[in-house]
Ligand binder design. Structure first.
Ligand code: PEP
Ligand code: MG
Length: 593
């Protein structure tokens, strides 16, 4: 059992369904990772200019490497420092420099192609070396070569914030920052080689309502800009150059999908409760305060998770206290009288912030990320806490700390919070003295300690995206292990039950804010476990609400008892599927379109 991308003969690829919907259009290939070089002939008069371009790119590469080295030397004479040294030496290599310029002149070809040929000669030579250390130096040459190639291309750097036509972006990978900068008018979907269902790029695609398929491994080498493409983000299918019947079939699917979405809109205004009257609170997860309207239009009764780190990712420097305060305040006022749960900075994993992230950590998912970084960089943390507290005077704010792994961390956070509160009192700045303080449960240790943690806080919010990653030891953004990322794994269900039971016993609320809540099938069991608060991507709200409104709690309890007896994720998934088929055949059919 592996996650290899499946392909059929007709050019249909199947990978991770990251964000639902169907997009039909043209490819825009964003070539970040690998540079594709096209070789072409030049005439004798162009040779000098092409050689100049090459030398210019080498010089630019030298400057870039020196700058990086300068930054590194401020910190430590790390291994990276010496790697850059090696790369600088390669830039002076006679064979690389003279070899490339000679090829440009003798063969009369473009600079990138000449360099590419020289790099191949290097590669062949290095492959024959027996000494492993020396052989590995070949990768330094490749890296330097890539850098020069990029600089040759320099002026043609692709910008996804200004596209001329409606396009489906195909990229090796997209960072959440790339996704934020996308031209929302022109981008109608995206496809990537890397990624899993809960990588942050996928989460953002859902927030933006863009269909996306990720984890296709090598799709970037199969496409060219302008190629016809269909993506089905609900099923994870990508079709290249579809024939007429296939196109027709997908146009029909798209029409039905959009029709069903419109039908779901009618549920936005209706109350969230089961058929037998159990009330459920459905809230939205958002990345930026500006998304408040989308959440409200989709019927959210509050913001269950504001991922504040996206405010930090949008700029080159962290937002000031005032900027944050104004953003939070506007959001809180808009959502009032419903609550807004503001989570403190949660960077790390696949979310990087310039200046803050330690990008060269060997194991970033387990590194100095999230609350650990806030406790380490206290000035940054204090600024954010001040901004959140000040905003709490303008509505209902709940403060939440991410990635907590033990009681000591909660106490450390609360201590700093108490300091800030005292400071604000002294300054006569208003804030909510009774602000609810909660934590995210997303590490196995927090599950084991749920009873102790429940004594320290006012609420729990379960981050199933990370909880699944850490409990099952499966990187949430790695396409190669996406098949192991199983929300209904028995271990996850037991963990969720433990958390809910501990919260109930301590008399605090427990909410689910991971992507799991947005799957109607899972929402049935979450509710049966006692999670009456769920927060999700705005686009999942009405779908979940529709299902819950037709559901009876009694059936939920029977279902839960049954699946808790099962031993594998496959058995549980099969049971859940047949339950949904039995109770919601029409909706199931729509999801299956
Ligand atoms: C989670 O981990 O489930 C969560 C909601 O937080 P994030 O996806 O931002 O890590
Ligand atoms: Mg998380």
């Amino acid at each position: 059992m592996t996650n290899s991308v499946k392909t059929d003969k007709k050019g249909t690829y199947h990978a991770v369904a990251a964000s639902p919907g169907i997009a039909i259009g043209e490819v825009y290939l964003l070539d970040r990772q690998r540079i594709t070089v096209v070789e072409y002939d030049i005439n004798a008069e162009q040779v000098a200019a092409e050689i100049d371009t090459f030398h210019g790119a080498v010089e630019k590469s030298r400057q870039q490497l020196r700058e990086i080295q300068l930054q590194l030397s401020h910190h430590t004479q790390s291994e990276h420092f010496y790697i850059i040294d090696t790369q600088l030496m390669i830039l002076d290599d006679e064979m690389l420099l003279r070899g490339t310029t000679q090829l440009i002149a003798q063969k009369q070809i473009n600079a990138s192609a000449a360099l590419k040929r020289i790099l191949k000669q290097f590669r062949d030579a290095f492959e024959c070396i027996e000494d492993e250390y020396l052989r590995e130096r070949g990768s330094d040459i490749e890296l330097v070569g890539e850098r020069i190639l990029r600089n040759i291309r320099g002026k043609h750097q692709q910008q996804i914030h200004s596209l001329e036509r409606k396009s489906i972006i195909v990229a090796h990978d997209l960072s959440p920052a790339d996704t934020l900068q996308m031209d929302k008018e022109q981008v109608i979907g995206f496809v990537t080689d890397l990624g899993g269902r809960t990588s942050h790029t996928a989460i953002l695609a859902r927030s933006l309502g863009l269909p996306a398929v990720v984890g296709l491994e090598t799709i970037t080498s199969e496409v060219t800009t302008g190629m016809a493409i269909i993506i089905d983000g609900s099923h994870g299918d990508v079709v290249l150059e579809p024939d007429a019947p296939t196109l027709q079939r997908y146009l029909e699917k798209k029409r039905r999908y959009e029709f069903y979405q419109q039908h779901l809109q009618t549920f936005c205004e209706l109350p969230a409760c089961t058929a037998d009257g159990e009330k459920v609170t459905l809230q939205a997860n958002i990345e930026l305060p500006e998304e408040a309207d989308i959440a409200l239009n989709n019927g959210a009764t509050g913001i269950g998770l504001l991922r504040t780190e996206f405010m930090y990712m949008a700029g080159t420097t962290p937002p000031s206290e005032e900027e944050q305060f104004l953003g939070y305040k506007a959001l809180v006022e808009k959502i009032h009288p419903s609550p807004v749960t503001i989570r403190t900075l949660d960077i790390g994993g696949d979310k990087f912030v310039q200046d803050l992230s330690l990008q060269d950590e060997a194991n970033p998912a387990m590194g100095l990320r999230s609350i650990r970084l806030s406790l380490h960089e206290q000035q940054l943390f204090r600024i954010q806490l001040r901004a959140i507290l000040r905003a709490s005077a303008f509505g209902v704010v709940r403060l939440m700390f991410p990635m907590i792994s033990g009681v000591a961390e909660v106490r450390a956070c609360r201590q700093i919070l108490a300091d800030i509160m005292a400071q604000l009192r002294q300054e006569n700045v208003a804030f909510d003295e009774k602000i609810a303080v909660g934590i995210m449960i997303e590490t196995p240790s927090a599950v084991f300690l749920a009873d102790l943690l429940a004594r320290e806080v006012d609420f729990f919010s379960v981050g199933t995206n990370d909880l699944i990653q850490y409990c099952l030891a499966v990187d949430r953004s790695n396409e190669h292990v996406a098949y192991l990322y199983e929300p209904c794994h028995p271990a996850i269900l037991r963990a969720l039950k433990t958390i809910s039971d501990a919260a109930k016993k301590a008399g605090i609320s427990a909410c689910i804010c991971g992507e799991m809540a947005a799957e109607p099938m899972y929402s049935l069991i979450l509710l049966a476990m006692g999670y009456t608060e769920m927060s999700m991507n705005s686009c999942g709200l009405s779908r979940v609400k529709k299902i819950l409104r037709q559901w009876h709690t009694k059936d939920g309890h029977e279902l839960l008892q049954r699946i808790l007896q099962r031993s594998t994720a496959a058995e549980i998934a099969a049971d859940l599927r047949s339950t949904v088929e039995k109770y919601f055949p029409d909706d199931m059919q729509e999801w299956e379109i």
